[in-house]
Each structure stands twice: as structure tokens, then as C-alpha cells.
Ligand binder design. Sequence first.
Ligand code: ATP
Ligand code: MG
Length: 421
Amino acid sequence: MTFQAPKGTFDWLPPRSERALAVREAMSAPARLAGYGYIETPTFEDTALFARGVGESTDIVSKEMYTFEDKGGRSITLRPEGTAPVVRAVLQHGLHNGRLPVKLWYSGNNFRYERAQKGRYRHFSQVGVEALGAEDPALDAEVILLAVDGYAALGLTGVRLLLNTLGCKECRPAYRAALQGFLRGLDLDDATRQRAELNPLRVLDDKRPEVQAQLAGAPLVTDHLCGACKAYHEEVRALLTAAGVSHTDDPRLVRGLDYYTRTTFEFVHGGLGSQSAVGGGGRYDGLSEMIGGPALPGVGWAIGVDRTVLAMEAEGLFGEEEPPGPVQVYGVPLGEDARRRLFLLLTELRRAGVAADMAFGGRGLKGALKGADRSGASYAVILGERDLAEGSAQVKDLASGEQIAVPLAEIVTTLKERLTT
Ligand code: ATP
Ligand code: MG
């Protein structure tokens, strides 16, 4: 019997897996340049952290969490998102008592029991940034720019920034009440009605067309902002515009998580069908208090690694051919003594920074040369008993077929030279 990866999960295999690495690398590079330090939190946390931090009325907490009791009787949940764990770690280690803002970035996997489809998985990866301890529109703009620059470095041109503000504890209550009044007049199912009472903003995030159709005339948060929120939002927009970042105002944009305040944004891409969000984030000034900490404002985002790769593929950024083979030089030993010598030579090559592999398993010349071709290497180093006796090896240019004898002592320098010119 053989096993399959569980429903809603998949394996990243080479060479395509290089694309996921490239996304992690490019999306985190701007953050590292802006003083964000790397944080790694556990893959599981106390269930209560997410229940309180993400919010009971969210899809994540109400139906998507992988929760179980461990052998010690604790309720454990596999991480469905990265922000609550980061804030938990900041509070636990008192990072907020040092220099502010605390700037952190992470890269990790998440688990949500979702309806599995293209771009929506039960196990997926994110890269994220969080900046805590400052309420400053320049920080919101910085965080957004980090993602914009990351997407640009990947060569993506079809990512659009949707921007909104959700107000604050001064102005949100009045808006919430107005929205609730509106929602009570709609034809909604019981679960959605209940949600409208608990967290009416979340109803705006309902993806079903029959619900969206009824929301056309819903009151907009932007018509209910207090002066401070209005000014804050204007400043974020002005800073983004000054930095050359175009955005679309989307007054209906809310996030799937409860803890957001003020700046809210999403990055969407047209090449992904209905799973259009490649990243999202915003300001979450209430989160720390929700999980028992002091007032600690924060802003951040998480981008979906899997969907970002899909977006890049949709833009044809990887071309038709697969990424280049992982090695530059391929060794072909003919005989036992040659294998021992070639093994050392490969070690030398690798230590000199040349990617090298060799034929294993005692294959003959023909099979080994086939392996050399498949490896994507530019050169084969063929070592037979006679070469060995003469203290040299055959260096074969696999593109032209040209083959020359090179003294063993000069192989590394010769190949390094040829590979760099
Ligand atoms: P969506 O509206 O598509 O469900 P979300 O609002 O739940 O997204 P966030 O929790 O903000 O998403 O996560 C940030 C990013 O992580 C998303 O923009 C997306 O790119 C990615 N993401 C979220 N859920 C999944 C999933 N189930 N599979 C793959 N990627 C995901
Ligand atoms: Mg979701």
C-alpha cells in the first residue's frame, strides 16, 4: 500500500520547489534591509491564543483550526496564522520593553481546515512581517512598501494593492451600529445573521455572491471615520503615493481576522481565479490587549508563498523551461580507483564553490554519460584507469562535445575559470 499526501496538501518537489524558496527569499529581503529581525515561533500554540487573538467569530476559529488534546491534556492548535504567535512571543520575552518599534519577520507554514482547491490549501506557507510598539502612518506605509518591493523584485507586475481603514475604538462603534442596522434588513441565513450581531464587519468579507449582491448599499466605514483616523489614513496614502505606490481604495475591504484597526490592505492578483489574494495585512492595535498584554499597537502583513508562486507562473515569469539543473560539473568514474580519486576531486570542487555531482552505483560509461546529460551540468569529468595512471582526467564540454585531458592538480582551477567566463 502506498500513501498520498493528505487532502488539501501537496509536496513541493524539485525543480519547482526552487520557486517557493525564491519567493521566501525575495519577500523577506526588503524587511531585512529595513531592520526587521527573524523570528521563528512553534508550529503549535495553546488553542486559547488563537481563540482570543484571532477571534471566536472568524472562519478560522469557528471552523478551520486543527485543534487536538495532547497527551498531557492541553488543548493545542496548529498555527493557522502568524501574527498572534509573534505578539505572544514579543509579550512573553518582553521585547516591547526595548527599542521600539520591535520589527520582526517570519517564514513558516500554517494549517487551516479549508475547502481545498487551487490556491487554497489546508497546509500553506507564508512570509510575514510585524512592527510593534509604534502608531505612526510612516510605519504602516513602510510595511506596505516592503511587500510592494518584494513583489517587484520577483518581477510580478500584476499585483494590485487594495487599501482601506477600519477606524478605531472611537469611531468604529458608530459605524458598527450603522452596519448592523443595515444588515438586519437583509435576507440572510441564520449563521450570517448571528455573525452580523457578533461581528458585522465580517459579513462584508462574505465571499458568496448572493450575500455580496445584497451588500451594494451597505454603509461605508469611510463615511464614519473620526478626524484622527481620517488624518492618519490620508497620511498613509500620501506617503505611499510619494513612494510611487499606486493603490485602489476599497472601502469594503475588511480582513478575516478580528484584531484589525485603521489601515487594512490586501494584495490581489488577477491570474489566480477566485483565490485572488496573494497577501494581506494591516494595523492591529487591539491584539496585544486581547491576549492579555498591555496596549501595544502593531502593523504587519503575511503573504501567501504558494499563491505568489502561482501568480508568478500565471505571469509566465519562469518561462517554458525548468530552472537550471542544480549542478555544474558531473563526475564519471570508470573503475574502483578512479571512483575513489574522483570522490576527492568532487569534494575539492564543492569546497571551491562549484556545484558538482557524480555517477553513483557503478554505472558504465554510457549510463554515466546519460546521467551527466540529465544533470544539467556544463562539464563532465571522466576519469578512467589509464587517465589515472597518467595523472589527468578528461574534461568534456557537454554542450559542444569537445573533450580535453587536464592534469588532476589543475582540474579545479580550470573548471572554475571556464565556468565563470
Ligand atoms: P482568503 O480571503 O483568500 O481566505 P485570508 O484573508 O484568509 O485569505 P490571511 O489570513 O490574511 O488570508 O493570509 C494572508 C495570505 O495567506 C493570503 O493573502 C493568501 O495569499 C495566503 N493564504 C491564506 N489562506 C490560504 C490557504 N488556505 N491556502 C493558501 N494560501 C493561503
Ligand atoms: Mg481565509
